[in-house]
Design a protein around this ligand. Structure first.
Ligand SMILES: C[S@@+](CC[C@H](N)C(=O)[O-])C[C@H]1O[C@@H](n2cnc3c(N)ncnc32)[C@H](O)[C@@H]1O
Length: 446
């Protein structure tokens, strides 16, 4: 690497770090330690927009320097991006450098055998004692941990004793545990089967021809939803994982997104939350919408028990759960608004069109269809670290469902295929979200 390029990077890092500390000082945010070994960390609390933009810019600049310092061959050897593991990237952004397959599999073991809860929150524990608590061979415990300690997930100090770091403490959060469990035990094996799925199935529009299906039922085709139907504890874990990823800050946080939409303009109408899971999004909307707005949460029957546990008592008069398969004609005819959040991105184009067509018999002129989804931006228009997540999320959809994240043009095509009477009127997204989370406002104008 030429000295002048190195100097140039150092200048840019200095500048980006200066911007970050200035915006932190301006917003009165304490400058916490960035170190994963610390028990406090900068990302613990939400930053205001300018500080957040500066934080991402600094991460990007550091990544660029790392990439310039890395031999091209080493980058390929040691960076194995098979896991669409958004969350672990963001909890440890900037610290992870390159994650190997072995690091990811060590993390899978740590999450599955609940190492984090077995290491004391204060002080340390010997490998032998941890082996007893996890009921694993001490040699396995030691080798797994040496791999993750190198990434600052736990700390070995003094040698032979394990204590927590800021990163490993995050694993105590049950929501993050559910998210990582889903990623490591379902998405990691699925992503590893992309090659087999490509070899077995040439098409792109069949939700049984997926890497997930190959990983979990070999030659016999299945879908993620069929597996959930047979495994109630996976339903709970998936609900908890969604709850966590949707409420843990950043562009995926639906509370930020829904605060950008004028719900009051809809008045005291009825809103159907199609595929609404436990109703968490509608519960948040109920707080900011017209107090007379009523909600119908629809999802598969196996979600009902979780939903009934989630809907708070004060809302029970305004919010009901109704089992409904969204491929069947929409049974709630008197609603003004039909909302689908992160539903169509789970389905290939043909099935996504079927879902929209099943809604049509319920629609009156002027009714609202709200698609709460990613609008994938044009390539190379966002910071590189954000692009990595956006395209990883797209491949996650491919491996799991043979589905996809869509650009605005793709959303328009899908609507046109369902009916020309779906008129896209508005796309609302929070500032700086890169439209990772957007509300696509569509009206029915026959
Ligand atoms: C990615 S989740 C989104 C959940 C919710 N809208 C949210 O944003 O939190 C997809 C949801 O679709 C539901 N689902 C899958 N197939 C369905 C079907 N045929 N009919 C109704 N719901 C279905 C799942 O149970 C799950 O709750």
């Amino acid at each position: 690497m030429a000295a002048s390029i190195l100097q140039e990077h150092i200048k840019r890092i200095n500048k980006a770090a200066g911007n970050l500390s200035e915006s932190l000082l301006d917003s009165g945010h304490p400058i916490d330690s960035l170190s994963g070994v610390s028990t406090r960390k900068l990302t613990d609390s939400r930053l205001e927009t300018r500080a957040e933009v500066s934080r991402l810019a600094l991460i990007d600049t550091c990544y660029e320097l790392l990439e310039h310092l890395t031999r091209p061959e080493d980058f390929l050897k040691f960076s194995i991006p098979i896991v669409s593991d958004q969350r672990s990237l963001s909890i440890s952004s900037g610290l992870m450098k390159f994650k190997t397959i072995q690091f990811n599999s060590a993390m899978a073991v740590i999450v599955h055998f609940e190492f984090a809860g077995k290491v004391p929150e204060q002080g340390h524990i010997s490998f032998e004692e941890l082996a007893k608590r996890t009921q694993l061979h001490v040699e396995k415990v030691q080798r797994i941990l040496r791999c993750t300690v190198a990434y600052r997930v736990f700390c070995e100090e003094p040698l032979g004793y394990i204590s927590h770091t800021a990163i490993s403490k995050c694993l105590l959060n049950p929501g993050l545990k559910a998210w990582l469990g889903h990623q490591f035990e379902e998405m990691l094996p699925s992503s590893a089967k992309l090659i087999d799925a490509f070899e077995m199935y040439p098409g792109v529009d069949d939700d049984t021809e997926t890497a997930f299906s190959v990983a979990f039922s070999g030659q016999q085709r299945t879908t993620y939803w069929e597996v959930l139907q047979k495994t109630p504890w996976k339903v709970k874990r998936f609900c908890d994982a969604l709850e966590y990823i949707s409420t843990s800050g950043g562009a995926g946080d639906f509370r930020v997104l829904i605060s950008c939409y004028d719900w009051k303009k809809l008045g005291g109408c009825k809103l159907v939350d199609v595929g609404g899971s436990t109703g968490r999004v509608s519960i948040a909307i109920a707080e900011i919408a017209d107090p007379a707005m009523e909600f119908v949460i629809q999802d598969l029957p196996e979600v009902e028990a979780e939903a009934l546990n989630t809907i708070p008592e004060p809302l029970s008069r305004r919010m009901v759960f109704r089992p409904h398969d969204f491929f069947k004609p929409q049974p709630t005819l008197d609603a003004r608004v039909y909302m689908y959040r992160q539903i169509l991105h789970d389905w290939p184009d043909g099935k996504a069109v079927d879902i929209l067509v099943a809604l049509i018999p319920a629609l009156d002129p002027g009714d609202y269809l709200l698609l709460v989804e990613t609008v994938q931006p044009d390539p190379q228009t966002l910071p590189n670290s954000v692009e990595r997540l956006i395209y990883a999320a797209d491949l996650l959809m491919m491996a799991k469902h043979n589905s996809k994240e869509r650009t605005l043009g793709m959303w328009k095509d899908l609507l046109r295929r369902a009916s020309p009477n779906f008129v896209l009127e508005n796309v609302i997204s929070p500032e700086n979200s890169g439209a990772q989370g957007a509300i696509i406002e569509i009206r029915w104008w026959p």
